[in-house]
Write a protein that binds this ligand. Structure first.
Ligand code: FMN
Length: 177
């Protein structure tokens, strides 16, 4: 088993495509990739990883992607302990048609898992993004890596590269602690 678990909810495959690139960058020996739609069982499995990367696109009006709904219900009922777990977030959104809640699902996950004791790494600067509001912005930064394949597909490769550098650096720092 790898020491990083990547769990993804993605309706049209956009977030999953980026998840695959993240897994490749970290190395398949280090990171296991799961599609919540097919692979979600329970939190016991998720908690086997000390490092977690959660992918979630935003739907509705700032809501988590559908396949996150059941895990979040289980979380609310069972209240698993995420103390000592390190989480990084990423997810797709649409800054034009849904700029009033751009990638807000990342903020929803951030709040829920913070309450369960998790620590977060790899926030991302808001520089170069244009949107009205996002629940995912805290202290002037996104809580994870947001990307927009609808309007800004051309910007994603550079942004991803930048985020992967931050992610790998911060993963190493946590591991060295
Ligand atoms: C009905 C609908 C609602 C959406 N709501 C939001 C939203 O609130 N915020 C946002 O940033 N993007 C929103 N989006 C855009 C999706 O997140 C975007 O299309 C994304 O690429 C889907 O990624 P996925 O294939 O990984 O699920 C919405 C899209 C649709 C069709």
């Amino acid at each position: 088993m790898a020491n990083i678990g990547i769990y993804v909810g993605s309706s049209t495959g956009i977030t999953m495509q980026i998840a695959e690139q993240i897994q490749q960058a970290l190395g398949e020996d280090h990171a296991d990739l799961f599609d919540l739609e097919d692979d979600y069982m329970d939190f016991d499995e998720i908690l086997e990883y000390d490092y977690l990367i959660f992918g979630c696109s935003t739907w509705g009006a700032g809501e988590v992607q559908f396949n996150w709904v059941e895990p979040l219900q289980d979380l609310a009922n069972e209240k698993p302990d995420f103390t000592g777990k390190t989480i990084a977030l990423f997810g797709a959104g649409d800054c034009k048609d849904h700029g009033e809640q751009f990638v807000s699902a990342l903020g929803v996950l951030y709040d829920i898992f913070t309450e369960r004791g998790a620590s977060f790494i790899a926030p991302f600067p808001t520089d170069g993004y244009s949107f009205e509001y996002s629940k995912a912005v805290r202290d002037g930064k996104f809580v994870g890596f947001p990307f927009d394949q609808v309007n800004e597909k051309d910007k994603t490769p550079d942004r991803l590269k930048q985020w992967l550098e931050i992610l790998q650096e911060e993963l190493e720092a946590v591991a060295a602690d």
